[in-house]
Design a protein around this ligand. Sequence first.
Ligand SMILES: Cc1ncc(COP(=O)(O)O)c(C=O)c1O
Length: 437
Amino acid sequence: MTLGDVLPSLRSSLPPRGVDRELWPLTTAHGRAGLSVGGVPLVEIEQEYGTPAYVLDEADVRERCTAYAAAFGPAQVYYAAKALLSRGLLRWIDEAGLGLAVYSTGQWRLALAAGFPPERIVVHGDVDARGAGRVVIESAADIARLTCTRRPLRQRVMLRLLPAQLGFTAPGLPACPSEDRFGVPTAGAELAALVDEITSSPLLELAGLDVYLGSQLAQFGGYEHAITQLIAACAELRRTHGVRIEEINLGGGFAVAHPGQDSTLPVDPFAARMRRVLSLACDRAGVPRPRLSVTPGRAVVARAGVALYRVLAVRHEPGHQLVAVDGGLSDNPRPALYGARYTAVLVGRPSHADTVPTTVVGRHDETGDVLVRDEPLPGDLRPGDLLAVPGCGAYHFPLASNYDLVGRPPLIAVREGRARLLVRRETLDDILRRDAA
Ligand SMILES: Cc1ncc(COP(=O)(O)O)c(C=O)c1O
């Protein structure tokens, strides 16, 4: 029995069962109209925009941008666009003074359309991006692409290195082995040859070294190891090529909380520790200290997002409940891709039923289309109920698909009691128009 059961007047001010503060957006609250984010009751968002829908807490994103900017300096944080991107979000990132990392021409074009300063953008991959602040080079082919064009421009570049022990990752997430990635070992002939090419080109300027160590990393160890190897590379390049490396970028992958799995990597202690390791490594190697930069994606937006679903069907079994909702694999492929775990909360009506382990499956009638597995939810769920799933701000909207010809959900920002559409729902007309013959 909870306090709310004893004193019904308290019910409206208590968070509902299952609301774990670490998983929900910072402005999550519970009032007369039920669970709200950004001062907007989730039921009202459902009434206006339908389901499935992604809700994004603007204050939460801004707060995390501020925290990363304070820990590393705003210019030393490149928000990783692949985690989530929209013009509205780009303005928040810009206003926080952060940089941006883009991985496609689409992301580059959207950033320019939002008025994001190109000189604060780091470009990864084969992107048509003239005027970018930095371009990351992973192989000789990238150098050729930048220099053998009809109208070449002078370009600052960062070299992607692959430290040994790459592929640190959280339990349950697949490590990406270094043999599956492009980049250059931190020492040896390949590194020397690429640096030769860069330093001998009048068009290129070596601005720094870059690594990306994996996903959902909650331990400092992998990053410390990477710093040591990067500084050894700086010392070697100083000796062999006389270059001074001004910046090292420690990729992204900083963990965010998932139910029963990981907790969030704390940004301040991380920054302080990395700076100490950097100073020590530089002192030992006798090289000037480069600037330390980071490229967080999920750590900035994951927790700000909540996905809303409508319950379509319920099967009550002894000691268990199976629930089907109107979304799934097409708007959250992460459980199927990585075994990521989620929880859900009933919103829109009170329930005093005991909780039972509940599995929430998607609409796609597919192995692996499981959004929530065996999480406690009230045992009286029924069709028409509204479920809210926290932790859906990163790699949900960008990974959404049209599987089964389902339109992708809208992205809705909430702030100070107002909801605002950032990206509209994809309509069936949008989808059917692409079918050309
Ligand atoms: C090169 C690079 N940098 C940064 C990131 C961001 O990682 P995360 O969203 O885990 O912080 C990624 C994600 O795949 C990446 O590939």
